[in-house]
Write a protein that binds this ligand. Sequence first.
Ligand SMILES: [Fe+2]
Length: 411
Amino acid sequence: MTDIDLSLERLLFNLNTLAELGEEITSPKDFTRVVKSSLYMVMGSFSASRGAIFQHDPDRNAFYVIASKGLPSAARELSIKFAPETVKEIIKYNKPVDMRDANAAALLGRGKAELDKIGSRVVAFLIVKDELLGLISVNDRFTGEDFTLYDMQLLSVMAQHISFSLHSHSLLMRLMHKYTENKGLYENLRRIYYDTIHAFAAAIDAKDAYTRGHSHRVSAYSAVLAREMGWSTDEIEGIRIAGLLHDIGKIAVDKTIINKASPLTTNECRELNSHPVVGYEILSKIKFPWKGIPMMTRNHHEKVDGSGYPDRLRKSDIPMGARIMALVDAFDAMTTDRPYRPRLSFKEAMDEIKDNFDKQFDPEVVTPFISVIRKEVTGEVENRSIVPLLQEHLDAATISRLLDGFPCHIE
Ligand SMILES: [Fe+2]
């Protein structure tokens, strides 16, 4: 074989390696495997049995081994720290360096001593957009041959290929980091948001000596009922918030009216009944991430026969969320003590709902409400949300007796 034949054969081999390297780098394999096989290809091209790829860790501002071959395990723990001026010089130089050359020490500064520890013979830098992302270190060839200028050029091309892989990976990592950071911020904001809404609910309930926890119970009942009716997670969250805020308009109503035990005068009644509209006015100015909260608040005292307030809406004109809240709001009012009467028993409350079926309350809402209570009592559903809030014990036999003769089919 002539020298020309040999050179041609080597050129073809190296071109082939480069093509394989390109393929490897763009493959969807995980990053660690890509880096490892890229290192093996580089080492194969130079018949070297030892080598490593280092990557810059911005948090620790040092270069760490991310793939190695033939090095003792202690060498894999090696970290290289370059002075900022050294990094600038390396980026400017941007060519592989032979560690035996006189300029290696000047170029690498204190990093040279670290690379010497692993017997590094040639080093190529992984640079993208003026950023030193990492480096490749290759030890002596096992054939004993020296590194030629041609080898150094080939190493430079290979380093460019690997740089892109490292660059995309570090972009992805930065993106993930940002995502985690933003997620944390979002969670914090969300917590503050919920805490604020809960504080509002507590402020609303605090005005009424008899209805402590009313907003929380309306919120819990509404959410359970909405789930039973097949609402989406997002819609359920919306009605849960609406439940907490539905009586916010009572903030503008005189406390003595809210707590009055005797019948209200016309004016007092007008003031109390203004709370859904006042609540709507307050909440419609807030940009909630969920739909319909102001309208659910405005219409939670509407009745399906059109005799409710403030808009005297009939059945399907009342938003479904408001129909849900109208039922659970009345149910909670009936089953808790009021200034003007003690609480009704569950049976008495059910009789009231039965008497007002399709008049005050929407059958489309009453049916799933009873159904979900029955499921909670019989243990058909794991999480009981309504029954634990009631002030009396209900068992399966009692509930089926109570629900007997209800004008709807309870599943
Ligand atoms: Fe209300």
